[in-house]
Design a protein around this ligand. Structure first.
Ligand SMILES: *[C@@H]1O[C@H](CO)[C@@H](O)[C@H](O)[C@H]1NC(C)=O
Ligand SMILES: *[C@@H]1O[C@H](CO)[C@@H](O)[C@H](O)[C@H]1NC(C)=O
Ligand SMILES: *[C@@H]1O[C@H](CO)[C@@H](O)[C@H](O)[C@H]1NC(C)=O
Ligand SMILES: *[C@@H]1O[C@H](CO)[C@@H](O)[C@H](O)[C@H]1NC(C)=O
Ligand SMILES: *[C@@H]1O[C@H](CO)[C@@H](O)[C@H](O)[C@H]1NC(C)=O
Ligand SMILES: *[C@@H]1O[C@H](CO)[C@@H](O)[C@H](O)[C@H]1NC(C)=O
Ligand SMILES: *[C@@H]1O[C@H](CO)[C@@H](O)[C@H](O)[C@H]1NC(C)=O
Ligand SMILES: *[C@@H]1O[C@H](CO)[C@@H](O)[C@H](O)[C@H]1NC(C)=O
Ligand SMILES: *[C@@H]1O[C@H](CO)[C@@H](O)[C@H](O)[C@H]1NC(C)=O
Ligand SMILES: [Ca+2]
Ligand SMILES: [Ca+2]
Length: 409
């Protein structure tokens, strides 16, 4: 728009067809046109003068010829010839006149052509100026356009690069998306599995709970039964049996509590000390009698019992423990409490025993008639099984009782 306006401002008479106001150039034009007109007129004047001169020349030549003819009237042939010449000259004159008018017309037409050409030239000049201007404008525009094109091309290249990058990004994103989708599927599967497991577990839990409730009920019932049975168990009538059981562990043995089983018999080593007679009474009260040594196994077991006691109670001044053997009736003849005599050649005596030694405090000189086991000082010592000693029956000693073990069918 601006361009067009400028053009219109610069060339306001271009296409309007109105009469141009006179500018300096136009005045110049006018002047130059007048010059041209003047020169034409001058040329025309020269031609006229030339023609006049020619006519004068012709007339003067003709006059000379006539004078000469008059001078020589005697010569008719010559006269005739001269007339002919005059006619020719007349012809020539006429021809010249015609030619002159033709030239005039030509000049007029040329002039007219010239005038029209001049105006055409002016128009062409204007057109060319406009065209040039348009061309300049267009070339400027073209430069702009080419610059624009260049920048657009650059932008396009950048955009292409960016596009490629974006494509790659999109691809990687798509790949990631696919991976995530896959993972999601796996997780879904896992979740489903977990849910299934949970469902199963919850069912199992329910079942177990029911079972627990049932069990609790059973338990309560059993407790009631148990309490009933307990009341029966701990009644006085069964107190004898409890002597064979540990009430806290409910473990029962074939021997009463505190007694040790050996060879289907039960043995008891007293904590207290008593004279032989009172010791025997206590064994009887406990449902047994003083211990009898039937063989080497019995001898080893009983000796070990006293040894273990000494080991376990180092603070006790343990001298010996009575067994059921004595020679109170006849000195030197030993009898067991079951009435059986001591077999001859028994080798369980300590060295130098029995000696029936008489103690200073033995005022009645009764001697040593009751037998006790003296614990050895160490295991493996020489004479481990030779532990018997005859002692005054009134001395206070620990004692070994024995009873039969319960025969459980
Ligand atoms: C003059 O011109 C006329 C016509 O053009 C012609 O017939 C005639 O013969 C001419 N005369 C002379 C003397 O040339
Ligand atoms: C030239 O021609 C124009 C018309 O064509 C006429 O009006 C004018 O008188 C002529 N001029 C001369 C000198 O013949
Ligand atoms: C003038 O121009 C016309 C047409 O443009 C042409 O026919 C004619 O011959 C020209 N006259 C001269 C003397 O150039
Ligand atoms: C052509 O245009 C320019 C400005 O556009 C002007 O200065 C110049 O005079 C013009 N020339 C002609 C012959 O019109
Ligand atoms: C110059 O450009 C204008 C507008 O673009 C147009 O109208 C005019 O015809 C053009 N002139 C030429 C001589 O091309
Ligand atoms: C993106 O992936 C499509 C199809 O998967 C492929 O045609 C294209 O070449 C890939 N583009 C890039 C930049 O990797
Ligand atoms: C998960 O379980 C539901 C119903 O139990 C089912 O519709 C869905 O397809 C399962 N999905 C997978 C990934 O197994
Ligand atoms: C019962 O057994 C426990 C464990 O063995 C024991 O600590 C406890 O002394 C025993 N009670 C009796 C009375 O033997
Ligand atoms: C002595 O008795 C203890 C405990 O009962 C036992 O471990 C050990 O083997 C016994 N020793 C002998 C030599 O019998
Ligand atoms: Ca004696
Ligand atoms: Ca003795």
């Amino acid at each position: 728009m601006v361009d067009t306006e400028e053009i219109q401002v610069s060339f306001p008479y271009d296409n309007s067809g109105e009469d141009p106001t006179k500018t300096a150039s136009d005045v110049q034009d006018e002047i130059s046109r007048e010059d041209t007109q003047n020169s034409c007129m001058k040329r025309l004047g020269w031609q006229v003068i030339l023609i006049v001169i020619l006519v004068v020349l012709f007339i003067s030549v003709t006059g000379v010829l006539v004078i000469q003819i008059n001078k020589h009237p005697s010569v008719p042939a010559e006269s005739q010839h001269t007339a002919k010449e005059i006619l020719t000259a007349w012809n020539i004159s006429a021809l010249l006149e015609i030619e002159n008018s033709q030239l005039k017309q030509l000049l007029n037409s040329t002039y007219q052509n010239f005038t029209s050409l001049r105006s055409e030239y002016g128009q062409l000049k204007l057109l060319m100026n406009a065209t040039l201007y348009n061309f300049t404008l267009l070339s400027a525009k073209k430069t702009q356009m080419s610059m624009l094109l260049k920048s657009i091309l650059q932008e396009k290249t950048q955009l292409q690069v960016e596009n490629e990058e974006l494509n790659m990004l999109l691809n990687s994103t798509l790949e990631n998306c696919n991976l995530i989708k896959e993972e999601n599927g796996q997780l879904n599967q896992l979740l489903n599995d977990s849910l299934k497991i949970i469902t199963l577990a919850s069912e199992e839990n329910k079942r177990l709970r029911q079972l627990l409730i049932n069990e609790r009920e059973t338990n309560t019932q059993l407790k009631t039964v148990n309490q009933h049975q307990r009341s029966i168990l701990f009644s006085d009538r069964l107190s004898f049996l409890w002597g064979f059981c540990n009430k806290s562990t409910l473990q029962c043995s074939r021997c009463p509590r505190g007694w040790v089983e050996h060879a289907s018999r039960c043995f008891f080593l007293s904590q207290e000390i008593q004279k032989w007679e009172i010791a025997r009474r206590d064994c009887l009260d406990r449902g047994g009698d003083l211990a009898v040594v039937l063989n080497a196994e019995d001898q080893a077991f009983l000796t070990n019992l006293t040894f273990q006691f000494v080991q376990a109670h180092p603070q006790v001044n343990f001298h010996s423990a009575w067994i059921g053997l004595q020679d109170m009736v006849k000195e030197g003849t030993h009898f067991w409490i079951n009435g059986k005599p001591l077999k001859s050649g028994v080798i369980y005596w300590k060295q130098l025993e029995p000696n029936n030694a008489l103690a200073s405090w033995d005022k009645h000189n009764t001697g040593q008639d009751c037998v006790a086991i003296v614990p050895p000082r160490r295991i493996g010592q020489k004479g481990w099984l030779n532990s018997w000693d005859d002692i005054v029956c009134g001395g206070k000693r620990h004692y070994l009782c024995e009873t039969t073990a319960l025969n459980v069918i």
